[in-house]
Design a protein around this ligand. Structure first.
Ligand SMILES: C[S@@+](CC[C@H](N)C(=O)[O-])C[C@H]1O[C@@H](n2cnc3c(N)ncnc32)[C@H](O)[C@@H]1O
Length: 293
């Protein structure tokens, strides 16, 4: 391979173009219909995911699949469903949630007490079916009870996938979603209905869900939150799907949305991009918890 890094990058890009070029008309179609830009997703992941819909529709190749997509309006929702991977569960990454409960939330509350600020603003970006923001809501509820706090609490939760958000609003989960939960919290905050678990309204009502694309160019923060200024943002297991350029766009948004010294929680396999490393300091070296510096 060529020695010059720029030449190597050009060769790499043209190899990607050759291998995944057939995806572009499909991504353009999705963009035109719904305004979602998936061109920054890793091509191999897109090929795998779109390939699932190709097989499901017995199409020979991407161009045949595009015709199928154009001819069958409901196929677009099916496609969006497989591209946006909604896998999540309550208290995913147990250690990180324990650290949020034992160290991060108490530190935020202490700062708030000192500055006589009673508001607490949190955002779960890429919230899937609500497992993540509801986990946070349970932790805060526990803290409010223990410390007898009076807080003006706002938990915003956003996702690009409307179907997923509709499920989040129902707040009914299968066993696989709650298997990381402590038994004490499970019995306190859920009612069992056959094989499913329903979150109690007291917690459900703490979270405001809305549709929001992390690549939205018009709004730098979710419009429902009006001005951002979050004390804590969770953006977990979303950045991994994007190429570095798009990750940079998302970090710009995350940085802008946080209050001064606000906390950012990423997924286990995610770190700030090169440009943003100096804008965030890692708070705990064995967990992806960062603070705006
Ligand atoms: C794997 S789930 C992660 C859920 C949760 N944060 C967790 O860590 O368990 C990724 C979520 O990101 C959402 N997503 C993907 N691209 C997005 C985008 N551009 N804007 C907002 N959400 C997006 C998907 O719809 C999906 O619900």
């Amino acid at each position: 391979m060529a020695g010059d890094p720029r030449e190597r990058l050009t060769l790499l890009n043209s190899a990607i173009e050759e291998k995944y070029g057939g995806l572009k008309p499909i991504l353009d179609y999705v963009m035109g219909k719904r305004g979602f830009d998936f061109s920054g997703y890793h091509p191999a992941m897109l090929e795998r995911r779109i390939g699932q819909r190709l097989s499901a529709n017995a199409c020979e190749d991407f161009s045949e699949y595009l015709s199928c997509l154009q001819g069958e309006p409901s196929e677009l929702d099916q496609l969006l469903d497989v591209i946006t991977i909604n896998v999540s569960r309550f208290f995913r990454d147990t250690l990180t949630f324990e650290l949020i409960a034992d160290r991060i939330l108490p530190a935020i509350i202490q700062d708030k007490r000192q500055s006589k600020d009673h508001s607490l603003r949190l955002w779960s970006a890429g919230c899937a079916r609500g497992e993540e923001p509801y986990s946070l809501a349970i932790l805060i509820h526990e803290l409010i009870l223990k410390e007898e706090l009076s807080l003006n609490l706002h938990i915003f939760a956003t996702d690009i996938d409307g179907g997923t958000l509709a499920d989040a609003g129902k707040a009914i989960y299968p066993l696989s979603s709650i298997e990381n939960m402590k038994h004490r919290l499970l019995t306190k905050y859920f009612t069992q209905e056959g094989g499913s678990f329903r979150l109690i309204p007291e917690i459900k009502n703490l979270v405001t869900f809305s549709l929001y694309d992390m690549l939205d160019k018009k709004h730098s923060v979710p419009p429902e939150s009006v001005f951002g200024n979050f004390d804590l943002v969770l953006c977990r297991n979303l950045l991994i799907y994007f190429n570095p350029e798009y990750q940079g766009t998302i970090f710009q948004k995350l940085h802008h949305s946080l209050a001064r010294k606000g906390y950012l929680i990423l997924g286990e396999a995610e770190t700030p991009t090169m440009t943003y490393q100096r804008h965030f300091s890692r708070v705990i070296d064995f967990s992806p918890i960062y603070r705006k510096s």
